[in-house]
Design a protein around this ligand. Structure first.
Ligand code: MEV
Length: 442
């Protein structure tokens, strides 16, 4: 765990200086950071062992969210994401949340369900009863498929039976719940499903259909909440109490409207996915679980909601399933994923889930605050201005100066950036501006 996650001015220093600061704060050798991240964190030879038909690797930016305090501990949180402003927004919102004491997270045990589908079962209620009576036998059978997990304190925990469909499509679906400890658990749970399926066919007199985990892992949820004082939310143009009103209004909109809820949840997943990817986890599984959970009542809903509490405090709450692992799979072989866990200082999957969910709540706060105040484009355009400055030929500290100039002039265009750069370089005659062909204006 990092001693601190507060690094004022972090974005202003060079990449090497940032690495040194993070190495120091997390007790990591700075050379390990360089070794793990240079070259995109994965070499072609290792990538060739991951998937098929490999031609190379595909890089994404690796940043760190700062100011994150969860259950009283500070974390430097690796985020892999291509979208500008996601890392800055999460860090900024985490700073506001920190002023109210940080994130409070509560994690379920890491239970995943193995599903076995049985069709052609004649008397389903009687078959269901036989399966439930064979519970101990089935759990013992399931455990035979996960001996290593048993040694790590996990194992199968419960058997549940559900009746689905009617007449032609009637089926029984048996769930075996497995405590996966620090593994994400997909392979373990699939192994359990395949191990118990033949016995279930005998017990029910049915035919075995699918045998696979469920990604709607609603027994493996994380609940995070935070309190944010109004003073931390104020902007230049709006006092904190009015910002609270705006954020509560945004939350109500998402609660009432699935069209808005999808975008609201996308903002949460900006943070959750970035941490999931940085730690070598299966973000498609996390995404599938999150959206299925959001729709569990039949009405697609926001995963996080915001309310005013007392007089001038904003309270945010987020709940979502989180199937993350800190052992096995990609983690064993991906150097950057291993580095991420080292920087985070987490060893348990539950702690990792708490941090990922907290960054999700921070990302959501950043988005709804921006939407309820200045609108999202101002911040985005400020960041976009940096890319435009680079495209106009700015280098080093010119980038920030040109970006600031074109934002202030409200002229975030390539021509505007070229003019700003010319003005900056005017006293010097040793640089000629590059020619630009085929560069799109924003
Ligand atoms: C953009 O990546 C995410 C937002 O659209 C989320 C939201 O609207 O709440 C800004």
């Amino acid at each position: 765990m990092a001693r601190t996650s507060r690094f004022p001015g972090f974005y202003k220093v060079s990449v090497d200086e940032r690495r040194a600061l993070i190495a120091d704060a997390t007790g990591t050798d700075a050379r390990d950071i360089a070794r793990s991240l240079d070259g995109g964190g994965l070499d072609g030879e290792t990538a060739d062992k991951f998937v098929e038909n490999v031609l190379g690797t595909y890089g994404l930016p690796y940043g760190v969210a700062l100011n994150v305090r969860v259950n009283g501990h500070d974390y430097v949180v690796p985020m892999v994401v291509e979208e500008p402003s996601v890392v800055a927004a999460a860090s900024n919102a985490a700073k506001m949340i920190r002023e109210g004491g940080g994130f409070i997270a509560e994690m379920d045990p890491p239970l995943m369900a193995a599903q076995v589908q049985l069709t052609g079962v004649r008397n389903r209620p009687a078959a269901m009863q036989r399966v439930l009576e064979a519970r101990e036998e089935l759990l013992a059978l399931a455990d035979q498929a996960i001996v290593g997990l048993l040694e790590r304190g996990g194992g199968s925990r419960a058997v549940e039976v559900r009746m689905l469909g009617t007449d032609d499509d009637a089926m029984l679906v048996v769930h075996v719940l497995v405590d996966c400890r620090d593994a994400m658990g997909a392979n373990l749970v699939n192994g359990v499903a395949e191990r118990v399926a033949p016995r279930l066919a005998e017990l029910t007199g049915g035919r075995v259909g699918l045998r696979i985990l469920s990604n709607l892992c609603d027994r493996r949820c994380v609940r995070v909440h935070c309190h944010v004082p109004a003073s931390a939310l104020a902007t230049d143009a709006m006092d904190g109490s009015s910002v609270i009103d705006g954020i509560v209004n945004a939350s109500r909109f998402a609660e009432l409207d699935p069209y808005r809820a999808a975008t609201h949840n996308k903002g949460i997943m900006n943070g959750v996915d970035a941490v999931t990817i940085a730690t070598g986890n299966d973000w498609r599984a996390v995404e599938a679980g999150a959206h299925a959970f959001a729709a569990r009542t039949g009405h697609y809903s926001p995963l996080a909601t915001w309310r005013r509490s007392q007089h001038d405090v904003l309270v945010g709450r987020l709940e979502l399933p989180m199937a993350l692992g800190t052992v096995g799979g990609t983690l064993r072989v991906h150097p950057a994923a291993r580095l991420s866990l080292q920087l985070l200082g987490v060893t348990s999957a539950q702690d990792l889930a708490a941090v990922a969910a907290s960054v999700g709540l921070a990302s959501n706060l950043a988005a709804v605050r921006a939407l309820a105040t200045d609108g999202i484009q101002r911040g985005h355009m400020a960041l976009h201005a940096r890319s435009v400055a680079v495209a106009a030929g700015a280098t080093g500290d010119e980038v920030e100066r040109v970006a600031t100039a074109i934002v202030e002039a409200r002229d975030i265009t390539l021509d505007g950036a070229r003019r700003a750069l010319s003005a900056l370089l005017a006293p010097r005659s040793d640089r000629s501006l590059p020619r630009f062909e085929g560069v799109d204006e924003p």
